[in-house]
Design a protein around this ligand. Sequence first.
Ligand SMILES: Nc1ncnc2c1ncn2[C@@H]1O[C@H](COP(=O)(O)OP(=O)(O)OP(=O)(O)O)[C@@H](O)[C@H]1O
Length: 463
Amino acid sequence: MSPKILIIDDDDLVSGSLKKVLTKLNYEVETCLKAGEAEEKINNFQPDIILLDIYLTTHNGIDLLKQIKKKFVTIPVVMITGYADVKMAVTAIKSGAFDFLLKPIDLEQLKIVLDKAVENLKLKSEVNKLHTLLEENELTREFFGKSSKIQRIVASVEKLAKSGDTTILLEGESGTGKEVFAKYIHQKSPRANAPFITINCATIPRELAESELFGHEKGAFTGASSKTKLGKFELADGGTILLDEIGELSLDLQVKLLRVLQEKKFYRLGGEKEVSVNVRVLAATNRNLEEEVSKGTFREDLFYRLNVAKITIPPLRERKEDIVYIAYSFLNEFSQKFNKHVHGIDQSGIEILKSYNWKGNVRELRNVMERVMLLAEEEELNDNHFAFLMENKAGVETEEEKFILQIPQKGIKIDVVLKALILKTLKITNGNQVKAAKVLGLSRSKLRYRMEQLGIEVTKNIG
Ligand SMILES: Nc1ncnc2c1ncn2[C@@H]1O[C@H](COP(=O)(O)OP(=O)(O)OP(=O)(O)O)[C@@H](O)[C@H]1O
């Protein structure tokens, strides 16, 4: 269905020609020539987007905008304004306008703004649908994000889930969603109606770890309960067990786990009878297990046994489209929870969310949205709400921070570093000094000056 646009402008020439253009662009368009009739028109036509002239003869466009936003908060309103009134346009944005267009209206610009508004509407409706599904406790592929990166991962996860026995290793930074992916694997597997049990190997005390995993017989050790206690493996029988933060498991338990994976059998602590279970094992880690293997802190045989299939979940900063999408999903969640009427995030807020580094990934995004929503009084979040993220410079990765420089313990002279940098750049550009100067942000003459100063041969090609 084509999106519906209502043009509110008392100049019938302008509204008429805009209507023609927009109809050609496949929008369904209505015009409203009298500001006093705007509310009735909106109620009857139910537009998806409103185009509103800031100068109406009988009304102040900003006042009308405020009235519209009060009654129809979710409809994006794009203001139309003259060059002389850019200040007014800024006021309009502060009063909730989605964007503004300068007169005479440029067709390309009009298309860009409308596309953005439609995209925004789509995002909101998708997130709303998602929210309904989540309330029913059903994870869907849309839950994880919109980026092609994450959707490709979801597709592989779904394929792997089907074979209900394959062991899967989930790798990714803390807070990327490994546990929710594990739950999704379980839900999409033939084991979906059996239990899904999680155990965090980092938080169980070492001395209790074995009993937690495999259970114990009564009185097996000092402090053990007087009844037989089932371990997580037995509780998960028929279903799935997630061994979260597997890299933290002690070496002796790694041996026992390997045996369970191979034979599907174990002894409860203090027990003499072997217990058999039918469990799919998923393991998650935010460490690089291969590195742990080479350091000797993780058993190689266990690593290969777990690494039958590996899913690596990229950090949030490497899939920027997901940031806004997931932020909206939290916005919905906390709007309901805190009984707020926040309907969106404006462009200035979105810019901050996208440029932030999200070292704590989705978990950090959730915490940020919870904090912001708790305090928010406006109907739309903006850069002020997220300004505290920019204060924490550690979260924003600068160009300099992305550049990794290793300084030897005994120190290094700056000329040596400069020389190495220039030589390396020349190597990359096959000795082309013009290109090298560009890479280093220098003029060619400055580069030559530096080369001479550092004793790099200027005439020779460096390959
Ligand atoms: N795509 C998503 N949309 C909404 N919430 C998400 C999404 N992915 C993860 N979350 C939420 O983010 C938080 C962190 O997710 P989760 O615990 O699965 O991450 P993790 O990678 O297992 O973290 P850790 O390594 O610290 O155990 C949870 O509250 C989870 O519900």
